[in-house]
Design a protein around this ligand. Structure first.
Ligand code: NAP
Length: 239
């Protein structure tokens, strides 16, 4: 993408979700031991997408279960970000209602850009103290669950986040879909079956109960490369 990134005039960021899943829709094995299974090309596309976003966001379980740092990647992607009119490094956002984010998680060891933790009043004073020592900002956005609409509004106002890339996991994605906040879903379908009733999928949570509630998607692009399928969907507005 060579032109500057366009953003809409909303008070909320434009939210993209990007996930790699197996052919049976799993994003990790049931024991969470395997969660990275895409090809080098999938990784390349992930970094290209990050290069269009002001901030990258994930749920607490994703940060706690793998050594991820959510950075822009090699210098060519940082140059792409600058070309796209963005800061050289994306902001990083962690969502945790309980505040039970491991303060020793890999993400806090890499200080190239601010790490912001969104949490709720469920987080204990001790936990908040711990997180404030390692994160650049800790924002309480709700009593029990995070009010994602309010949180995203704050990210836009306070941190200038116009485009937000959510990279899972399924619990966080589901909450975003439920709140009607997702504009695009980017999916890589990888040639594997994980199985496992407990294995997370791209949208977990309680799920919708009626067909009429399901998030309606429209295909934006679709491509097979090697044995992977790269698809992008627009989430149609229902209201
Ligand atoms: N294949 C892929 O592309 C991919 C991408 C990402 C992750 N993964 C894998 O997926 C697994 C994790 O997925 P997951 O679905 O189990 O967990 P997740 O979405 O990463 O994290 C869930 C946690 O996020 C917090 N959260 C999410 N929505 C919230 C809300 N509305 N309000 C308050 N807190 C909220 C909660 O934290 P608290 O419990 O602290 O309240 C919740 O327990 C890991 O194995 C990870 O490696 C795979």
């Amino acid at each position: 993408m060579s032109s500057k990134i366009k953003v809409q005039g909303s008070k909320l960021p434009f939210v993209l979700v990007n996930m790699a899943m197996t052919a049976d829709g799993k994003i990790a094995t049931a024991n969470h031991a395997v969660s990275s299974f895409g090809s080098a090309r999938d990784r390349e596309r992930l970094l290209q997408l990050r290069a269009t976003a002001d901030a990258v966001m994930t749920g607490a379980r994703t940060v706690n279960s793998a050594p991820i740092i959510l950075g822009p990647g090699p210098s060519r992607f940082r140059r792409l970000r600058l070309k796209n009119g963005l800061a050289e490094h994306n902001l990083r956002v962690i969502v945790s209602g309980s505040g039970l984010v491991n303060p020793r998680a890999e993400i806090f060891r890499h200080r190239f850009s601010p790490v912001i933790v969104l949490t709720t009043r469920r987080a204990s004073p001790a936990k908040l103290h711990q997180l404030r020592a390692v994160a650049d900002a800790v924002k309480i956005c709700g009593k029990y669950n995070i009010n994602l609409r309010a949180a995203l509004g704050w990210l836009r106002r306070k941190w200038g986040v116009n485009r937000l890339l959510c990279e899972g996991g399924g619990e966080l994605n589901a909450a975003l879909f439920r709140a009607g906040l997702v504009a695009e879903l980017h999916l890589t379908v990888c040639p594997k079956i994980f199985g496992g009733r407990e294995a997370p999928t791209i949208a977990g949570g309680r799920g919708f109960r009626r067909l009429a509630e399901a998030a309606p998607l429209q295909i934006k692009s679709f491509k097979r490369i090697g044995d992977e399928i790269f698809a992008a969907f627009i989430v149609r507005r229902t209201k």
